[in-house]
Design a binder for this molecule. Structure first.
Ligand code: PLP
Ligand code: ZN
Length: 498
């Protein structure tokens, strides 16, 4: 669980840590529920170790350090269900109750170590929020992820009847592999390197495959990505571009997820969103950190976000919470509005039914492939967040998604992938129903780039591919004009002259 020496060696170390997280006891503590001080003493500790590696010695390092300015900032992992502590290894499930694990921070240490000035002095990218992330030190290598623009969307806002300056887009179409997934992968990949894995893998609905493939290439790891066999070709090709092994699976995302659990166990690979999920999910918090900083260190009134597993949605809220707890922004209520595609909307269905029980969707039927998770891991947490924050979880028909992609492109010059269309269609729905009013300051998360789903924008339009249904050229908002001769007369004949 320290540095990588040889392939076989590292595979075994990674594997033994994964199959038996409490085997951190090799270092002095084993077995049953451990108090966090014991975790600090015995497990792999992520903290302020200057060499960037976990200390892992039974020295009491961290717990014995009274000065919060020098203490490790991460205490370990903890079960979200029964709160049982675990060492910060490559583990994701509670051995006691099978609940999901999450990272636990030492808030006093973070308060002592993080400051606005320190963050602002650093170069752009997710690592500027180092003290708020589950790593000891900035990784030596990695793609340039994050610090994407927060754009004013006044023309879109005006079409929806919202006040100028009140709608902003977090434009995550501009990450290295054109989606927000570069954020989550960057954190998981950093930990995979620390844990000594040599293979980075994922179960993907599309965007994660490209992000995992690129990060692995950049770090010199092998990439194996598992995707539904009927995925959009552009997304498969994207992952291939980075030299990954792409494994199409005849099944749904949920089938692939189950298969990945087995492969992670059998092969000892680092699946970014399976056995490294506690770290992976922390990456979504960086969206919250950036939004707050870009607003001048304050929080908006409403976040509108797309939802598949519900991880992004819930972690943005946790990101705001951490900023407040760290004393970096003032506390303020933020309403969280999540959006799903109607053809795969188990979280929206639970929200509408007033329940926190998620009934899985066995066969997703939607053009929004990136959000097609029928059994969302964080669904219940997402419903709870929407409810307690005064938000909602909405279901969006595919036609509305396609129209929203076109509207966003036409009004703001931002071309969104289907998930971004769901976000904008969700925003439209929330405005129409009065859940968002003209005085609300709204940030909509545009999490993927439209070049990955070029055909989706035409869904529901007759002959739209040729642009014929759009009107000809200048008159009705653009469209593809039939080819013309290279003469001004032909230009006029085509009805393009003034
Ligand atoms: C572009 C895009 N946005 C949003 C999401 C939703 O992510 P989560 O599973 O964290 O809800 C995904 C998931 O694949 C995605 O690809
Ligand atoms: Zn538990």
């Amino acid at each position: 669980m320290t540095t990588r020496t040889s392939t076989t060696d590292s595979r075994h170390r990674a594997w033994s840590a994964m199959s038996a997280p409490v085997e951190a006891g090799r270092n002095g503590n084993g077995g049953s529920a451990l108090p966090s001080a014991a975790i600090l003493a015995g497990g792999t500790i992520v903290g302020d170790a200057t060499n960037g590696h976990a200390s892992g010695h039974a020295s009491g390092h961290g717990a014995a350090e009274p000065d919060p300015a020098r203490r490790p900032r991460v205490l370990g992992l903890r079960c979200r269900r029964c709160e049982r502590p675990e060492a910060a290894g490559p583990s994701y499930v509670c051995p006691a109750c099978f609940g999901p694990l999450e990272v636990v921070y030492d808030l006093e240490a973070i308060r002592a170590q993080a400051s606005r000035a320190r963050i602002e002095a650093r170069e752009p990218g997710i690592w500027r929020y180092l003290e708020l992330l589950p790593v000891a030190a900035r990784p030596e290598r990695g793609l340039a992820v994050g610090s994407t623009p927060l754009l004013r969307a006044d023309r879109l806002g005006a079409e929806l009847g919202l006040r100028a300056g009140n709608v902003r887009l977090k434009d995550d179409t501009r990450n290295p592999t054109l989606s927000f997934k570069d954020r989550v992968v960057a954190i998981a990949a950093a930990r995979a390197v620390e844990f000594g894995f040599d293979t980075l893998a994922c179960a993907s609905t599309g965007n994660l495959a490209g992000a995992t493939a690129a990060a692995a290439a950049n770090l010199g790891l092998r990439a194996v990505v598992f995707v539904p066999s009927d995925l959009e070709p552009a997304k498969i090709d994207h992952a291939l571009s980075y030299g990954a092994t792409v494994v199409p699976v005849d099944g749904t995302y949920d089938d692939i997820n189950r298969l990945s659990l087995e492969i992670a166990d059998e092969e000892g690979w680092a699946f970014v969103n399976v056995n490294l999920r506690p770290y992976y999910s922390e990456g979504s918090r960086t969206l919250a950190f950036e939004v707050a900083e870009q607003l001048g260190w304050r929080l908006p009134d409403v976040i509108v976000a797309p939802m598949a597993s519900g991880s992004l949605f819930t972690k943005v809220a946790k990101g705001f919470d951490l900023l407040v707890d760290a004393g970096l922004v003032a506390a303020k209520p933020v309403r969280f509005i999540g959006a799903q595609a109607e053809g795969c909307s188990p979280v929206a269905a639970a929200f509408a039914a007033g329940s926190e029980t998620i009934t899985p969707v066995r066969r997703p039927e939607t053009i929004v492939r990136s959000l097609a998770i029928g059994s969302p891991a964080d669904g219940a947490y997402a419903v709870a967040l929407a409810r307690r924050s005064g938000g909602a979880v909405l279901a969006v028909p595919d036609r509305a998604t396609a129209a929203a992609i076109r509207r966003l492109g036409r009004t703001e010059g931002v071309f969104a992938e289907t998930a971004g269309g769901v976000t904008i269609a969700g925003l439209e729905q929330a405005v129409a129903s009065g859940q968002i009013g003209p005085d609300d300051e709204v940030v909509a998360l545009i999490t993927g780039n439209g070049v990955k789903t070029p055909d989706a924008k035409w869904f529901g339009l007759d002959e739209a591919r040729a642009g014929a249904g759009q009107g000809s050229g200048l008159t009705r908002g653009g469209g593809l004009v039939p080819a013309i001769e290279p003469s001004y007369a032909a230009f006029v004949r085509a009805g393009l002259g003034s």
